[in-house]
Ligand binder design. Structure first.
Ligand code: X2X
Length: 342
């Protein structure tokens, strides 16, 4: 009789605990979740974060409340540490650039291979295709939950010195580059003098003339008012593009109900689609109004001819070959094939 009584008592305690645990789970949503972006709400990138938060609030009836932390402020502005901070739970959600996470996720360097992507169709062929799925699997292996793609954009070159048409024009030019070693190697191969720094440090460096130039999408060039810090020469060469990825920390994801997870995913997909449209606005063949606006503000806009562009491609070929090995040849081949197929 004794063991039986003990068993009954244990069962009662178990039921009680079970009730407490499921009650605790229902209550385990935090009052606020922290969303990291590099750029703020003056830029399509920050607006994407803001929109995601807004849609999540709406779709979860306020159960999930997200606060935006632009300027990668949760990691002191050091954007190359963002991915690690997401994994560690210092950051709950992020809309992040493939460039900034590529020091930790080497496959994300794919989009930074010089002159891999000729046009928007090529970006879409990767992000909407098998390559995009492969990259999401890599992120999942890294304990991060990827939900949707967005876009920072094609990165064009600006400087305060002279129009740049060929690698010869870049000789010795001091350029700020982002924190992936691939960028240092690309610009060294082109004969320039690259120096790595965060976006936070880049703006004062451009203003003081510590560096002559930089590379970023035109939406960033305009919203950051780079012509006012002497960036008077722009080269439209479409040499790389950086997609954005909407992600959630794995434990945070697991703490939400299935219905709320689906709401967060749908919100990310919608915010991502809107973000891609915004990032491309005024930069397409049908509507190049942003380029015209930049020209009208007194900036010289240089579009290299096919032959001039080929010089940039040829000079960076060894970097492409070396980094293809780092990224993984099968993935690069798959990407090349997807782009060729359109
Ligand atoms: O630092 C940059 O250049 C930026 C804002 O484009 C990125 O975070 C990749």
């Amino acid at each position: 009789r004794k063991p039986k009584a003990l068993f009954a008592a244990l069962a009662a305690v178990g039921m009680l605990l079970g009730g407490v645990v499921s009650h605790a789970q229902a209550q385990s949503y935090r009052a606020e979740y922290r969303l990291s972006t590099v750029l703020g709400t003056a830029f399509p990138w920050g607006q994407a974060g803001e929109r995601w938060a807004e849609l999540v609030k709406e779709k979860t009836q306020g159960r999930i409340n997200i606060k935006l932390y632009p300027g990668t402020s949760l990691v002191g502005g050091d954007q190359t540490r963002e991915f690690t901070a997401i994994r560690q739970g210092v950051i709950d959600l992020a809309v992040g650039s493939t460039i900034n996470w590529s020091p930790q996720v080497k496959e994300l360097n794919l989009f930074s291979l010089p002159f891999l992507l000729p046009d928007y169709r090529a970006i879409d062929a990767l992000t909407h295709g098998e390559v995009g799925q492969d990259l999401f699997k890599v992120l999942e292996k890294n304990q991060v939950v990827p939900l949707a793609w967005g876009e920072n954009g094609f990165r064009e070159l600006s400087n305060s010195k002279r129009p740049v048409r060929t690698p010869a024009d870049l000789k010795g030019m001091k350029l700020r580059v982002v924190g992936s070693p691939l960028y240092n190697e690309t610009f060294s191969a082109l004969g320039a003098n690259p120096t790595q720094m965060s976006w936070a440090d880049a703006q004062p460096a451009l203003a003081s003339g510590a560096v002559d130039g930089q590379e970023n999408p035109l939406s960033v060039f305009v919203a950051a008012k780079l012509p006012t810090v002497g960036q008077k020469h722009l080269t439209l060469w479409h040499y790389v593009a950086d997609p954005l990825i909407f992600v959630v920390n794995k434990d945070v994801w697991a703490s939400w109900s299935a219905a709320d997870r689906e709401a967060v995913r749908q919100a990310a997909l919608q915010a991502g689609r809107e973000n891609v449209d915004k990032a491309r606005k005024g930069l397409t063949a049908a509507d190049s109004s942003l380029v015209k606006q930049i020209e009208a503000s007194g900036v010289t806009v240089t579009v290299p001819t096919a032959a001039e562009r080929e010089q940039f491609v040829a000079a960076t070929r060894p970097v492409y070959a070396k980094w293809s090995k780092t990224i993984g040849e099968p993935l690069v081949k798959k990407a090349e094939a997807a782009i060729a197929a359109g």
